[in-house]
Write a protein that binds this ligand. Structure first.
Ligand code: G2I
Length: 450
């Protein structure tokens, strides 16, 4: 576990990767030759991911199913709107270890590749869970099961090391209702310390990943389940068990509506020294008000790093009959989409500036450079940090051909540039080949300090 020293456990190196970011807004302005400085202030971004990135480096993501990556209507929305992805089923235990000791990563790798080649961050879901266990695991118990579970965590987290920003290490380990107890399961019966054992194994396998506990019905601050998870996280932080974040699934239905104290829940978890994530958002019939409220609640809590909706179109949803998502079956934006985008665009551009992310953040401002017939230059100035990493993405078929004043690494198709400071100052630049698209302009995905 690598955490900032202020967290009190160990290690000076913070896990935080995403930082304050600025997405280039005024596309039209950039098309002219000469230098035009874009202010680092609120702008009306036109997509969910771009707007979230402007709000303190947050993300707006979606669950993705590998078998839909061939559906161009699906990928058009995915690639346009979202800057974070969670595989919906492809990293679950039954998918990644269908036979004991035989690991299968094809579909998960496909999603990770699709996301990372476009500068989207990946949330791994999920390493240890009572559900979706392959038959061989369901039939194990006791120390054999404990060992098999830990081996699974180690193998899978190792396979995806460096590619997954956050892991849902343990999913849904608490019971519903008023007991505040752990959920009975074969994993729970291996001993109450199975959760912390899973977190320690994940930490050893991928020390740079952010490790999350993820659950549903922990949205209402007054619920026994919420309180029980809160006490577990508090205990982990006090004892130095490596935990970085809590995921609130937030499947809002008749059974668990959006609660008016949701913001209290988010800020209470955050006050324990963990980030909070809204990991599987969907709301029955997609009322615009509830989506707006959830978005504003996340924006109000500096440690709320982002929102993931559990699918793109209503027809992609696990409960498609309730039309709970932001796009209808034809891929058209619903009123809830407009409500979310407007809430993001109206949000405080730095998130909550009074409580910056641990370790400090950085911001960028982007300047359009010379434009030629076939290519154009862009420069980016970083403030708030002298050691920084900035991720910038261009839209294919555009591709980045040349970079300067930083230590650059490019994705295989030259569309995503990861630029690190190299001591030559806080402004770097790059040339983008238009390759037939003369209108698109780069987006800064993240700015990370330290
Ligand atoms: O149940 C909603 C979500 C609650 N939180 C954890 C999430 O992992 C969970 O996601 C859902 C997926 O959206 C469903 O797609 O988890 C279900 C169970 O793992 C997924 O359902 C499964 C079906 O049970 C399988 O029969 C099916 O083959 O989806 C599979 C792929 O379509």
């Amino acid at each position: 576990m690598i955490r900032s020293s202020t967290d009190g456990a160990r290690g000076p190196r913070p896990r935080y990767r995403t930082r304050l970011a600025l997405v280039i807004g005024a596309v039209g302005m950039l098309a002219t030759a000469g230098a035009i400085a874009l202010p680092n202030t609120a702008s009306a971004a036109s997509t969910l991911g771009a707007s979230a990135a402007e709000r303190g480096g947050r993300y707006f993501g979606t669950a993705v199913a590998a078998n839909k990556l061939n559906d161009s209507a699906y990928t058009t929305i995915l690639n346009r709107e979202f800057n974070q992805v969670t595989p919906e089923n492809e990293m679950k235990i039954d998918a990644t270890e269908p036979q004991r000791g035989q690991f299968s990563y094809g579909n998960a790798d496909r999603i990770v590749q699709h996301a990372r080649s476009r500068g989207m961050q990946v949330r791994g879901h999920t390493l240890a869970w009572h559900s979706q266990q392959p038959g061989w695991m369901q039939s194990l118990s006791g120390s054999t099961l404990r060992q098999a579970m830990l081996n699974h965590v180690t193998q899978v987290a190792t396979h995806f090391r460096g590619q997954v920003t956050w892991w849902d290490v343990v999913n849904e380990a608490y019971a519903d209702g008023s007991s505040g107890a752990r959920r009975d399961s074969n994993l729970q019966r291996t001993g109450n310390d199975w959760i912390e054992a899973a977190f320690r194994a994940a930490d050893a396998a991928d020390p740079n990943a952010q490790l999350c506990y993820n659950d549903y019905n922990i949205d209402n601050w007054n619920d026994a389940k919420t309180q029980a998870v809160y006490r577990m996280v508090q205990d982990f932080k006090q004892r130095g068990v490596p935990i970085d974040c809590v995921g609130l699934q937030s499947h809002f239905t008749g059974g668990s509506n959006y609660p008016s104290n949701y913001r209290t829940t988010l800020s209470s978890f955050a006050a324990l020294g963990v980030d909070v994530h809204i990991t599987e958002l969907d709301i029955r019939n997609a009322p615009a008000d509830a989506y707006r409220n959830v978005t504003n609640d996340c924006l109000a809590v500096a440690r709320c790093k982002g929102i993931t909706v559990w699918g793109i179109r209503d027809s992609d949803s696990w409960r498609s009959g309730e039309s709970p998502l932001l796009f209808n079956g034809s891929g058209q934006k619903k009123p809830a989409y407009d409500a979310v985008l407007t809430a993001l665009n109206n949000g405080n551009p730095g998130g909550n500036p009074t409580t910056p992310p641990p370790g400090g953040g950085c911001t960028t401002s982007t300047t359009a450079g010379t434009v030629w017939g076939d290519r154009y230059n862009t420069s980016v100035t970083v403030s708030g940090a002298s050691n920084w990493t900035v991720v910038v993405a261009v839209t294919a078929p555009q591709s980045i051909s040349t970079t300067w004043s930083g230590s650059a690494s490019l994705s295989s198709n030259n569309t995503v540039l990861t630029m690190r400071s190299n001591g030559s100052g806080n402004t770097f630049g790059f040339t983008t080949m238009m390759n037939g698209n003369s209108s698109a302009r780069p987006q800064v995905r993240s700015c990370t300090a330290g």
